[in-house]
Design a protein around this ligand. Sequence first.
Ligand code: BG6
Length: 495
Amino acid sequence: MVHPKSIITSFDFIIIGATGDLSTKKILPALMKRYLDDQIPEKSRIYCISRQSFSLDSFLKFLRKKLSPKQLTINQKTFSKFLSKIYYICLDVTDLNEDNVNLLKGHLEKSKNKIRLFYFATAPELFGLSAKVIKSKNLTNLKTRVIIEKPIGHDLLSAIKINNILNGCFEEKQIYRIDHYLGKETVQNLMVMRFANQIFETHWSNNSISNVQITVAEEKGIEGRELYYDAYGAIKDMMQNHMLQLLCLVAMEPPSKFDANLVRDEKLKVLLSLKIIDDPNDIILGQYGGKVENKKFNTPSYLTDSKNSNSETETFAALKVNIDNWRWAGVPFFLRTGKRLKKSASEIVITFKPIRHFIFDKEIENSIQPNQLIIRLQPDEGLKVLLMSKEPGPGGIRISPSSLNLSFSDTFKNKIPDAYERLLMDVVRGNQTLFMRRDEVEAAWNWLDPIINKIKKLGIKPTIYEPGSWGPKSSAKLIDKYGFSWHEPDNLKGI
Ligand code: BG6
C-alpha cells in the first residue's frame, strides 16, 4: 500500500454538482483535510461547477457556511488559503452555456498536462450526459479520470446503460466507481488481516467456519433523502454495494499480488458464485414505524419521514446467502442492514465450528461456546476474538468465554481518515484497487435482480419494526432457523 503521505502530483479537480450534499459533506471536506496534510500541491486547483448562478465570492460565502472550519479543526487563515484554490463556474450539463464551457476550458488549458479529475457529484441520470459533455467539449486531456458514486443504476439494465456510455467515452482504467465502504480503514484492514496473517487464513473456509454475519446497522433514518430512498430502499441502497463488497472481501481467494485488477478479479469470482436465493423465507424486509417506548427513538415512522403514507419501501433487509464454491459450500452468510436500529454498528462476525471432541467434565460442556472473530468496522474500530478459558480458582475446571481485544480506534487514535480522503488521493495516484470495476457492479445487479423480482412477484412486504430495535422479529427467526443467532453489537463494548 502507498503511504498516505506519499508525494502527490499537482492536479485539477473538477466537481460537477458542487453545491450538493455529496460535494459539501464529503468531497470538499476530504480535500480540505488532505490539504491540511500537505497533500494538495501548490499548483492544484479545484473547479466547482453547478447550475446555480453564484459569483466566486458568493459561492465561497456559501462554502464557508457549509464546510464549517470549526468542525473540521482548521484555523481561519488556513481555511482561507484552501478556499483560494477554488474557482466557481456556473454550468448546467443539460443546458450548456458555451461561454462558461470556454471559461472552464481556458482555465484547464493553462496546465494541459496536469492530472484532471472529474467528479460527477450529480444524480446518476446525469452521469452519462456529464461524460459526453466533457468529452465532446474537449475538456479532457490524456490524464483525465472520472469519478462516480453509487447508485450505478437501479437494476442490471440501467447499470449497463450507464457503463456503456462511460466506457464509450473513457477507458475502464480512467473510470473510478466509488463504494465508500472500500475506503474505510477497517475494511482495507480486512484484507491485511486475512492475507498478512497465517493464523486466520488456514482456518478461513468451511472446514472451520460455521457461519458469517455481516451487519451494517444505523441509528439514523433517511435524513431528508426521501425521494431517493423511497425509490431505492435498503436492498438497492446498501445490499447491492456496501454489503456485497464486504462479503467479497471476506470470501475472496487471495490474489497472487495486491494489484488492482487481480484483487477485483477475485471479488468478481465471489459475486459470480453467489447462489440464487430460492427460498423466499431467506429474504426478510422491514420498515420502521409503530409504537415506540424508548424516547431516543421516538421518531416519526418511515411513512412520515418519506412523506409517502403508502410506501412499501424497506428500511431493513436481511438475507441468507450462500456462495457456491469449494471454500464456502455449506457456510451461510447472513447479511442485515437497516435504519433506525438500536445502535449504529457495522461488523463482520465469523463464527467457527464447535470443537470436535470435549475432554473436560460433561457437566461443563454446555458452557462452551464456539470461537468467534468479530471485526468491528465502525464505530470503535477493532477486532475481538472470543475464546474459551479457565476461570481462575481451585476446585476443578470451570470454563467461560473471554476475549482478546484489539482496538484500532485507541491504537491509531486520530489516524483513521475519512474514507473519501483515502479514495480521492488514490484517484490522483491512479490506483484503482479500492474502486468497483464495471463487471463487479453488473455482477452484483445480476445476482440481485432476481431477488428483487421475487419480492415483487410474491408480494413480499416489509414487516413493521419498532425504531430502536434490531429490526423485525422475522430477522431473528431467519437466523434461528439455521441454528444460529445474530451477534448483538452491544457486546462489543470494551474493544
Ligand atoms: C450510503 C447510503 O451509501 O451509505 C446511506 O446511501 C447510508 O443510506 C450510508 O446511510 C452509510 O455510510 P456510513 O459511512 O455512514 O456507514
